[in-house]
Write a protein that binds this ligand. Structure first.
Ligand code: SF4
Length: 371
């Protein structure tokens, strides 16, 4: 019996370990790509969110390769994500595929429903012990944390690299190292090795000239470079130090109620109620996107890039509020917004990013008194 899960950027080593450590044989889905996406587009409702279409494409590819168990996360949140797994299961069964769909409830991880989910994917019940579930969860969380560390270093290094591509190659090496480390002690050593790998990159001096840009948005679009046309790399190559708090680990901590950074940005959004700060989770990352915008504005960042699926209601709400805040000069942080779906084009994105970073550079020079 082969188990699989959706592909989302660099998160696959964590998902893979979660299934493997419960004794399951894992089919690793392909990286998202244009050819594969065509199938998802063909079988999805036209109006549905882009992440739905991308994940459906993953599943078709896996089912064509003899997978018979699919793991899909679900939430009890206020937007469409909570329905993904059920609708996808219906579509795939109507197409004639035979498989079992396992939904991983992640609304509140303190309910420990995830432990029942882990037990359910075990075929060999000797893996279903409480001790093994604890070990599996610990290794999974540690892998999530290492992926976050790697992605943060990637964002802060690329704009200083002397040889174009070194950071991307280093990122890929580190993700493979995370996959290769199987035990807690190996993972501890990997944390140190990741930092060493990034230090080895030949870099220009950090002279304060790089633009500090915050990148955030809907989680699947933000974490998957195919879906967002590798916007993080493009920003780095245009001279931006890219700061990103969003990651799978950040999300996990939030769902375990121990994410104090999220608590802080929630507080920022709430305390700006009079000017439109969102007061509760309305789906996607909208609630936290507003808080991040305020947070990075207070920290004196040069730019703010918000990315989301084209029709994503919660993120579009956040976008409208931030547009108004900046227009009313409530904050001095210039935002840029990019919606992605199957029609998003590469050339238009690059042109807009170049124009945006040129404006940020001019603003920064003016602020520093160089013009
Ligand atoms: S967050 Fe946006 S893209 Fe994701 S399910 Fe909700 S509406 Fe769709």
């Amino acid at each position: 019996m082969l188990v699989t899960f959706p592909h989302m950027g660099n998160c696959w080593p964590a998902f893979k370990s979660l299934c493997e450590n419960m004794g399951a044989d894992v089919y690793l889905p392909n990286e998202n790509n244009t050819q594969q996406l065509k199938v998802g587009l063909k079988h999805s409702p036209e109006w549905v969110c882009f992440p739905f279409k991308v994940t459906l494409s993953n599943f078709v590819e896996c089912l064509e390769n003899n997978v018979n168990k699919i793991v899909m996360a679900t939430d009890c949140g206020p937007c469409r994500f909570g329905f993904y797994y059920a609708v996808q299961e219906r579509i795939l069964k109507d197409l004639g595929y035979e498989f079992d769909m396992y939904h991983l409830p992640q609304g509140d991880l303190l309910t420990l429903e995830w432990a029942d989910f882990l037990r359910s994917i075990c075929e060999d019940k000797s893996y279903a012990t409480t001790l093994n579930i604890y070990r599996t969860a610990r290794v999974y969380l540690m892998k999530c944390q290492l992926i976050q560390i790697t992605e943060k270093l990637e964002g802060k290094t690329r704009c200083y690299e002397k040889n174009k591509g070194d950071t991307t190659r280093c990122l890929k090496r580190c993700v493979r190292m995370i996959d290769d480390a199987k035990t807690y002690s190996q993972l501890r050593k990997t944390r140190w090795k990741i930092k060493e790998e990034f230090k080895k990159i030949d870099q220009h001096k950090h002279n304060g000239q790089a633009l500090k840009v915050g990148l955030t948005g809907e989680i699947q679009v933000t974490l998957d470079p195919f879906v967002n046309h590798d916007i993080k790399r493009k920003l780095g190559e245009l001279g931006c130090e890219v700061h990103m708090d969003l990651s799978l680990y950040d999300w996990m901590k939030h769902k375990f109620h121990i994410n104090f950074h999220r608590k802080y940005v929630e507080y920022l959004s709430k305390t700006h109620k009079k000017i439109g700060g969102i007061q509760l989770d309305i789906g996607g990352e909208a609630y936290w996107v507003l808080g991040e915008y305020i947070n990075w504005a207070h920290k004196g960042f040069d730019g703010f890039v918000h990315i989301y699926p084209f029709t994503c209601m919660p993120e579009i709400t956040a976008k409208s509020i931030i547009t108004k805040w900046y227009g009313d000069e409530r904050f001095q942080l210039p935002p840029a917004f990019f919606g992605f779906d199957e029609h998003a084009g590469e050339a238009g994105l690059v042109t807009r990013l170049e124009a945006y970073t040129d404006l940020l550079k001019a603003k920064k020079e003016k602020k520093n008194g160089n013009s």
